[in-house]
Write a protein that binds this ligand. Structure first.
Ligand code: S6P
Ligand code: ZN
Length: 192
């Protein structure tokens, strides 16, 4: 019998509560606070002040029980809380898939952006409920909450893709998403 005929999880239905970002059945849950985002915001002073203050939760990731294994298709729901650090919108760490493979995001609630970077060109996709964002192989990706409510999306990705966070620290993401004086999104060069 081929190995894919003995899957680690059986065929199943998952229920997704889009209002709470909850999956049932549920797998691992991850909480990222401001202190977990060292070196990512432009203003190190603003980042340090936020860490020394209440060190707020920036985002949470709830996963399905589908494991990150070859041939599997894990899913996760990310909720980014609204806010900014030094004028830069709350965002995920961002990563590159070491095994370059595509990924799909589906916007569930709130307003956000999907920032992608291939090392030379940045791309920005506005995300909202019902938007499908496609991340091609080889493009690092970061999500940003550009609204006043939690921004939530579903991700589906190949289980063998892996997650390289060092790539973003080394190469940046090409653009930063700043909150303008009227609350609008202002995309500026990474070093700007
Ligand atoms: C996984 C997918 C998402 C992110 C999540 C958190 O490939 O892209 O589930 O992991 O949005 O972002 P990050 O950059 O902290 O992993
Ligand atoms: Zn990814």
């Amino acid at each position: 019998m081929p190995p894919f005929a003995m899957p680690p999880v059986p065929p199943m239905a998952l229920s997704l509560d889009t209002a709470r970002g909850a999956l049932a059945p549920e797998g691992p849950m991850l909480v990222r606070r401001m202190s977990d985002l060292e070196g990512l915001f432009r203003s190190a002073d603003a980042w340090r002040a936020a860490c020394d203050g209440d060190d707020p939760v920036v985002y949470e990731v709830t996963s399905s029980p589908v494991p990150e294994l070859p041939r599997e298709l894990p899913q996760s729901v990310t909720t980014i809380r609204p806010g900014a650090c030094g004028g830069e919108f709350h965002m995920t760490k961002g990563h590159q898939h070491p095994d370059p493979q595509g990924e799909i995001y589906l916007g569930l609630s709130g307003r956000g952006g999907l920032l992608m970077f291939d090392g030379e060109r940045p791309e920005w996709v506005d995300m909202g409920p019902g938007t499908i964002g496609y991340i091609p192989p080889g493009w690092a990706h970061r999500s940003v909450n550009t609204g006043d409510e939690p921004y939530r999306f579903l991700a589906v990705y190949p289980g063998s893709a892996g997650h390289d966070y060092g790539w973003v620290l080394e190469h940046g993401m090409g653009l930063r998403a700043r909150r303008g004086t009227g609350g609008e999104v202002s995309l500026v060069p990474y070093d700007g």
